[in-house]
Design a protein around this ligand. Structure first.
Ligand SMILES: C[S@@+](CC[C@H](N)C(=O)[O-])C[C@H]1O[C@@H](n2cnc3c(N)ncnc32)[C@H](O)[C@@H]1O
Length: 275
């Protein structure tokens, strides 16, 4: 897969010479709702929902936001103008990509935003920290295996459409429309041993992972977890053996979890290692 670059942005399609306003940009091409793209037509997300989607993803100036199927570039432009992020819009329709490139300049965010004319299924967006989507359920599902291989903690926000049996971490539904947030989970599956950092306590946990949900067993009695969840690299679980109740909250990095563990009201640091 070729890494997207600025050179591929225009693909020989001229950008209007006057790029001072939307009206100037639309002199050469004025889009209409429902016009063809490749896999889905163009329908813009309304302004209020654009802001809400970026809010849900907690976008900051440190983020690189990719809008897959960028239309007129409004989500990428808002990510830069309202949140100070860098952003890339990927748009298949060349007329639309050209318009979006013009609007990026008209809105004064050319230092932060690029629009690439290309197919989202042939573009490398692995450097994104946030993805925004307004596509179709089946397109979300085609993207899902690629998304699940992205860096844990990458946030994905989709307007209207879900990811089949990968439940969103957050949902918002209002008069502006619906939006869903997923946080790419770290890989937590397998057998772990947790040892108290300053003490002798230890316990084993075996985790079975389905997206961000964790099931499995803990302790010598292999008691089932009562709760288990990942939010990116943040891991949390609870289990009970007899009258010993354990609550664990930690950060997973590769084969190590540094966790605060509370066992019967005593909290201390434990280090988990994957066996
Ligand atoms: C529903 S619109 C959403 C536009 C924008 N993201 C927004 O929310 O306002 C979907 C966009 O995806 C574009 N598109 C469709 N298939 C595509 C593909 N395979 N690669 C890149 N863009 C595509 C369409 O041309 C259209 O502009």
């Amino acid at each position: 897969m070729a890494r997207a670059d600025a050179q591929s942005a225009t693909q020989g399609v001229p950008i209007p010479s006057d790029q001072s306003s939307r009206a100037a940009c639309e002199k050469t091409f004025k889009p209409s709702t429902g016009q063809p793209g490749k896999d889905v037509v163009w329908v813009p997300t309304n302004d209020a929902l654009v802001t809400r989607m970026l809010d849900m993803a907690k976008v900051t100036k440190n983020d690189l936001v990719y809008d897959l199927g960028a239309g007129d570039g409004k989500i990428a432009i808002a990510a830069a103008k309202q949140f100070g992020a860098r952003a890339v819009g990927v748009e298949y329709n060349p007329d639309m990509a050209r318009l979006a490139q013009c609007l990026v300049r008209a809105e004064g965010v050319a230092d932060k935003v690029r629009v690439i004319q290309g197919d989202i299924f042939e573009t490398d967006f692995s450097d994104a920290s946030v993805l925004t989507l307004y596509l179709l359920p089946e397109l979300n599902l085609r993207l899902r295996p690629i998304i699940l291989k992205m860096k844990p903690g990458t946030r994905v926000v989709s307007h209207s459409f879900l990811m089949d049996n990968w439940q969103p971490d957050e949902s918002t539904v209002s008069g502006d429309g619906s939006a869903y947030l997923w946080i790419v989970p770290a890989d937590a599956k397998g057998k772990w041993t947790f040892k108290q950092q300053r003490g002798k306590d230890r316990f084993d946990v075996e985790l079975v992972q389905t997206f961000q949900k964790l099931n499995g067993t803990a302790g010598p009695g292999k008691k089932p977890l009562t709760e288990g969840e990942l939010r990116g690299t943040q891991i949390a679980m609870t289990f009970s053996e007899g009258d010993v109740h354990t609550r664990l909250k930690g950060e997973l990095k590769g084969n190590r979890i540094e966790a605060e563990v509370t066992r019967n009201d005593q909290t201390s640091t434990y280090i988990g290692t994957r066996r």
